[in-house]
Design a protein around this ligand. Sequence first.
Ligand code: FMN
Ligand code: MN
Length: 479
Amino acid sequence: MIFNDLREFIAEVDKRKDLKVIEGADWNVEIGLITEWQMSEPNNPLLLFRNIKGYSADYSIATNLFGTPARTALALGMDPAIKRLDIVRNLRDIFGQGFATIAPVEVEHAPVKENIQTGDEVDLYKLPVPKWHAKDGGRYIGTGCAVITRDPDDGSINLGTYRVQVHDKSIATIYMSPGRHGKNMRNKYWERGQNCPAAVAIGMDPILYMGSHSDVPKGICEYDYTGGFRKKPVEVTRGVATDLPIPAMAEIVLEGEIIEKQTVPEGPFGEWTGYYASGERGEAVFKVKSICHRHQPILQGNPPLRSPYFALAHNLRRSASAWVDLDKTIPGVKGVWLLDDAAFNMIVVVSVEQRYPGHAMQAAMGIAFSHATSYMNRFIILVDEDIDPSNMQDVLWAVATRCEPETDIDILRGMRGTPLDPALPPHKRNIGDYTHSTAILNACRPYAWKDQFPVTIMSTLEELEAVKKKWGKLFATGN
Ligand SMILES: Cc1cc2nc3c(=O)[nH]c(=O)nc-3n(C[C@H](O)[C@H](O)[C@H](O)COP(=O)(O)O)c2cc1C
Ligand SMILES: [Mn+2]
């Protein structure tokens, strides 16, 4: 099933009885707290906040959109009953085979333009913008968003999910990390002494959202990527205050210009690492010139939390991309998994069926090299084929019983990092050295004496299935 906008997705989730409506919550931290609490519960529902304190009933906020593997699968057009590692396997197949991109189509019917405010009518506080985490420096309208910019040289369009803070009725900021495509485009305008036109779409169909925060190579527009992935073009319409193509089915779109010489303090913000690590800095003003929104707009909120399921398939998609990279050169890779509870890339597990000396280490080098995992990856854990890399109990058992520290740990230094790294020492931060080290924990049975390694007491899947078949009835619920 492919969703054309956020509402269709929410309606389908509701139909599946996986939606919770919350009335009367406060935009000031409370909605963030409820989201954090719910995300840590098993089988947590999608949250739709209505009648937000101090706001008209016309505005609502949706959070925890992709908080379970089932909703993640649904959003990706897969069977919600699928196992997490199978989502990765499916994505590996999609990425491995490759898909043709499909350009967006410009449409007449653009619900996002149902309500338009320009000039003095612009007031970002008319929207129930949440303060997500207690120590955030302010209210963030952009987390479930896509920032749209055009390259002034070649006219190409980029979409990126960058956090957007509100500072005044028509003043916001967009924080882009070094190297982001949107930032490179913005800087090109500034080098010419011009302001950078930008549009921020908030609330959109799940795959467009995923496209916006995926590592889509430079030169490929995220609209085209999304169209290719969905096998259906994204519908766009000309902007109101800019001539940027904006998603016709988006809930809300802000348009305006990013101005180099005007800055305001941005941050701190609760980040994906689970810390407020990058602090408060000066950031260029995004002067908002128009707000478009649908009737009864739904503000999409994806505040970073310690669970990676705040975004859509971020860790699953990267696991799949790294797996595709490994498959190109290394045989016997049985699975790649970015540990859910370990802040995306920070711990990557690879399961490999060892076929020759050095095979496992070669897989570790692949992870260190892959574009999907070469960033902010502190641990690579290598496990044998009998270990499910997505099962933390399995992985920890393998580390405890097969990784002998003196011989099975290696350290790579000067690896690619970020100012968002909470463990970056002050002396390195001060000189802009954002590198870190990566430990490789080889928890595979040593290849050379693998066959002499003690046999595990675990029963085989077949043995377990057989016993379940014979005795399962006795344990079935209701008996
Ligand atoms: C919820 C969420 C928030 C994000 N916030 C930021 C951000 O504030 N700044 C940033 O540079 N990247 C942020 N990212 C990561 C970028 O969206 C991602 O790296 C994307 O690929 C960038 O697109 P680009 O390569 O076209 O620049 C965020 C991702 C998600 C899912
Ligand atoms: Mn891009």
